[in-house]
Write a protein that binds this ligand. Sequence first.
Ligand SMILES: Nc1ncnc2c1ncn2[C@@H]1O[C@H](COP(=O)(O)OP(=O)(O)OP(=O)(O)O)[C@@H](O)[C@H]1O
Ligand SMILES: [Mg+2]
Length: 508
Amino acid sequence: MTIAIEMGRTSSGAPATLDLEELLATRLLVQGNSGSGKSHLLRRLLEQSAPWVQQAIIDPEGDFVTLADRFGHLVIDAEAHTEHALQLAGERARTHRVSIILNLEGLDAENQLRRASAFLGGLFEVGRDHWYPMLVVVDEAQLFAPAIAGEVSDEARKLSLGAMTNLMCRGRKSGLAGIIATQRLAKLAKNVAAEASNFLMGRTFLDIDMARAADLLGMERRQAEAFRDLERGHFVALGPALSRRPLSIRIGATDTQPRNTIQRLVPLPSEGLHNPSAIILAAPPPEAPRPARRAPAPPAPDLLSQLIAAQSAAADKPAEPPETPPSPEQRAERRARLDRILTAILADPEAGFRAIGVLYQDFLVRCRIEGLGPAMPNSDIPDLPAFRRMLTRARAGISAQDTGDTAEDAIWADITDRAAILPEDMQAIFMMLAAAARAAAPCPSDPTIARAYGTRSLARARRVLPYIEEQGLIVCQRDGAGRRTITLVELAWATAPADPNAEELLAG
Ligand SMILES: Nc1ncnc2c1ncn2[C@@H]1O[C@H](COP(=O)(O)OP(=O)(O)OP(=O)(O)O)[C@@H](O)[C@H]1O
Ligand SMILES: [Mg+2]
């Protein structure tokens, strides 16, 4: 049985439908500038699908709470609950199959991220018996999966990015279908956007967003220019659940109204004030004591930091005899174990598609299981930046830890520094190219690059080399046979020529 809900009408007046079953498998990304009608579109989708499928709505502004009266969603005011409680709420919502609106209004950005990720984490926690299909709608998704660091702490951003990546990459297995909407595609983390196969594109002004949209849809940039002229409520639909070709649709009406409606223009009173100055500038009343401002609630600690805190508390206990510094052999042995843990994590074929926050948590847990202790100042368990460096090197096929050869290490430190001008997800590619060039090994093929880039799209991977070349780090050349050579600028190391289309040999 297919269940098609009606989103609106096509330009020829035919019903524009969305196949729910297919949507569950292929997820949806909605993009459009402010006022283009995204929230209205989400509301239409939620209203039409409410009889068929359980829903969770991550609602940063409390816009969607009005759905509750009509459709029976439970509204959770995130402000009133700890992260732990929200995680449990997420689990229970799935166990008992209750639709939820997570209202995040009133929280600062940091806590919006923390609490939303706790709740999303809960949705993932439940066992197989409860993996019923569920739509998970995230409005203003760029807040929860930002492309670049913003005002929130690194930790909150990583947690939230991890949760959103999980939702879009791995939700399907457990029945969760991510539906995300954003004003600015360029502000949304790429890996999160890339996992959607269905798109509804609304009015878009900025070139950079248009270019990203064109890339995602596999359109020419010129074609994407059409997004600039879309009217409010009009979207271009594409994807297996919507339409096989780009289709213009107008979103239909909704039964319920958003709570925060835009103020309409109201004519000014026809008769002006008799004496405006006397009224507007009347003496102020005596100052009343100011109500004490509510101190911002401290962020509720999350599980990871609790674990780390508990571990460091345990480690702070004096009792033990003073530690002797580890011998070089012991250090080398520990390093080798860290390397092995990282290798084990990267051996999972899905690892390339996971956010670093998710991988790091996995890494810490495995370290603790191995009895290597928590990440603390002075311990040799890498912190997140160090872990990122290890990962970059490991993905590039260079020993994750320092090689022990000082001259060689200095060169690699220099190369790591150069890589820093690239976006995070491209650094590993550059390191991989550097390793190949260092060894004069064959130039990595596009499929290999796609894998290291964490994408399943060759087209996306093919845009990486020109970008790195534009940054002045490499020079790409083709020989008469179409084989590619990459030379590192300044160092003049070069790869051996190789076919860019060669299929990756499955190692191991
Ligand atoms: N298809 C439509 N039919 C009728 N009214 C619409 C339609 N789409 C949007 N509107 C109205 O236009 C206004 C803006 O729409 P909406 O709030 O959905 O925009 P948005 O893209 O979510 O903007 P923002 O990014 O600022 O949240 C709202 O008052 C909404 O009711
Ligand atoms: Mg909106």
